[in-house]
Design a protein around this ligand. Structure first.
Ligand SMILES: [Mn+2]
Length: 362
């Protein structure tokens, strides 16, 4: 992936904030700003330093061979680290005569203190500079998210054939992951949520050894990762014939989701998008049971900017990829969530997760 545009955008930000250098240590941000693919695992020891003069990437011998290959033909210069990453970064900053450095806000406090004290220059903590750039997706990114979404839909359809009384949540979660990986996914974007019966009222339930029973609603919140990019989709199905109350709740959630989907477009305030779904649920007396935000951005990470909730200050930008996922949760009874992934443009949005949304009774 050609990351020149990304580098240029970050350099403009540095200039406008009048800071000479930024050190990037968040691994997804490193992946994004370098454009290096298949090089850094989630726990990678790596940092990038960027000024208007140079772009350097610091890592150790475990990653250096792959970085050297990935950096060919790019502005990135590899420094193979010999002692502590932060000691070397600091020495480098001093050697370059840099006077001001921006650090990302998720840098561990001990590291921040060490660098501040050893460097002695101006250190600024900056929040979400790279994350803001990541919101608006390039065509090649949308393509990968689309592939991840297709694999997710296929895994859901496959899982439908396995949902039967006696099947366990954890067993289904494993089958879903196995299906995704055997069909070309890098892996899962997050541990699949399979929440049945009373477990379905916990939005982020952990798949358990509970056996699915007749009369349960089952929430399947799943996502594949393809070429580094995530998908996220939720469907809720009934095992056996749905009761009247189950169907009522399902239809109310679906209507709230369709209402929001039909009005989301670039430029809409995230809190206004959230209010569309909340208002729709109010009409059914279920707004109180919608206990989380309407959605979130998706890309290199499954949760990224924008945050789409009642207290969000973000705006949904044209070119962003977001989820739309209202849910209703009644403890001890059931939960229903319906979630789609869409790519937003000026006029509206396009669905990337196309699985059927009519209530499926198995
Ligand atoms: Mn989600």
């Amino acid at each position: 992936m050609n990351a020149d545009r990304r580098l240029a955008a970050l350099r403009r930000r540095l200039a406008s904030e009048e800071i000479e250098a930024i050190i990037i240590t968040d691994v997804p941000n490193v992946r994004y700003i370098t454009g290096f693919e298949g090089v850094f695992d989630d726990g990678a020891n790596v940092a990038c330093m960027l000024t208007d003069q140079f772009a350097r990437v610091y890592t150790d011998s475990r990653y250096s061979e792959a970085v050297a290959v990935a950096a060919e033909g790019t502005p990135w210069i590899l420094h193979v680290q010999r002692e502590s990453l932060y000691i070397e970064l600091c020495d480098q900053v001093v050697a370059e005569g840099v006077q001001s450095v921006a650090l990302e806000s998720n840098v561990p406090y001990g590291r921040f203190r060490f660098l501040s004290e050893r460097f002695g220059g101006r250190v600024e903590v900056v929040d979400q500079w790279v994350e803001e750039l990541r919101q608006v997706k390039e065509a090649a990114e949308v393509e990968r998210i689309t592939r991840a979404a297709e694999l997710t839909v296929a895994a859901f359809e496959y899982a439908l054939g396995l949902i039967t009384p006696g099947a366990t949540e954890a067993g289904l979660a494993l089958e879903i992951e196995y299906f995704m990986r055997s069909n070309g996914a890098d892996g899962v974007a997050f541990a699949p949520i399979v929440a049945s019966g009373p477990n379905a009222s916990k939005p982020h339930a952990v798949a358990s050894t509970r056996e699915i029973g007749t009369g349960d609603l089952v929430v399947l919140d799943i996502g594949a990762r393809f070429d580094g990019y995530c998908a996220d989709m939720t469907r809720t199905v009934a095992v056996g014939k749905a009761t009247e109350r189950q169907r009522e709740i399902y239809e109310a959630v679906l209507e709230a989701q369709e209402t929001a989907l039909s009005q989301i477009r670039g430029g809409l305030r995230a809190s206004d998008a959230d209010a569309l779904a909340r208002k729709s649920l109010e009409a059914s007396g279920l707004a109180e049971e919608f206990s989380h935000g309407l959605g979130h951005g998706v890309g290199l990470e499954v949760h990224e900017m924008p945050s789409v909730g009642p207290r969000s200050r973000d705006t949904i930008l044209s070119g962003s990829v977001i989820t739309v996922e209202p849910g209703v949760y009644v403890p001890g009874f059931a939960g229903v969530r319906i979630e789609d992934l869409v790519v937003v443009d000026d006029g509206g949005s396009t669905l990337l997760t196309t699985a059927d949304k009519r209530l499926i009774e198995i």
